[in-house]
Design a protein around this ligand. Structure first.
Ligand SMILES: [Zn+2]
Length: 224
């Protein structure tokens, strides 16, 4: 759950500002989340409520403003709002858009952090549907590169496969992250104790159910 990584980063920033500006307590917090940031606002709010316990921000009221992403259309010569990296320009339907970097566009959390690891390397395999516009692919790649630089992660290997029209939903990206666990850190389900808070940020078991269903082991007919 990368929202928890973001919560930890927010608390780090608050503590840094508290030292710089000499305040002891945070009563209200305003956060802006960009539409291209892949952050679940409610998961962030819930996670922050837990992460801030015993810190300077305990009990703070969190205000979350969701803002659209922005892109530049070279045909319209205009900045346009974007809700997805695969959206065309609403003015001219062109896909030749450049993403405007935003300060809140930090997609740096990942599963490695949950295991206590510092993310270092990423693989990137792309399954591309025939007909995907090159400009769309360029945007996605540029955005990944930008995010990797911001997170201090290197994309070190990958592969591409092109599949016939209709065999994929434009673009599937498969990544694997490799991180380093610092000495003395040991996280895992075995550390859970009665009374611990458990965060659930999606339907429980849907991934396992989808795999079982796809393998046909249970002969289920479903749309998962
Ligand atoms: Zn346009």
């Amino acid at each position: 759950m990368h929202e928890m990584t973001l919560c930890a980063a927010i608390l780090d920033q608050l503590e840094e500002q508290a030292r710089a500006q000499n305040f002891q307590h945070v009563k209200q917090l305003w956060l802006e989340i960009g539409a291209l940031a892949c952050v679940d606002a409610e998961a962030l709010r819930f996670g922050f409520g837990l992460a801030c316990r015993g810190t300077l921000a305990e009990g703070a009221i969190v205000h979350i403003e969701q803002t659209p992403g922005r892109g530049w259309c070279s045909l319209c010569q205009a900045e346009i709002p974007l809700n997805s990296l695969l959206d065309p320009c609403p003015g001219c339907a062109s896909y030749g858009l450049q993403i405007t970097p935003q300060a809140d566009d930090n997609r740096h959390g990942n599963d490695l952090a949950v295991g206590g690891a510092t993310p270092r390397y990423l693989t990137c395999s792309m399954i591309i549907e025939e007909g995907l516009r090159l400009s769309q692919l360029r945007r996605v790649v540029a955005s990944m590169a930008e995010t990797a630089v911001a997170a201090g992660v290197q994309i070190v290997t990958g592969d591409t496969k092109v599949v016939p029209r209709g065999s994929a939903d434009k673009l599937f990206i498969n990544t694997t992250g490799i991180g380093v666990i610092p000495a003395g850190i040991s996280l895992g389900a075995h550390r859970a104790r009665p009374g611990d808070a458990i965060l659930v940020n999606g339907p429980v078991g849907d991934h396992g159910a989808a795999i079982v269903s796809a393998r046909g082991e249970l002969a289920l007919d479903s749309t998962i």
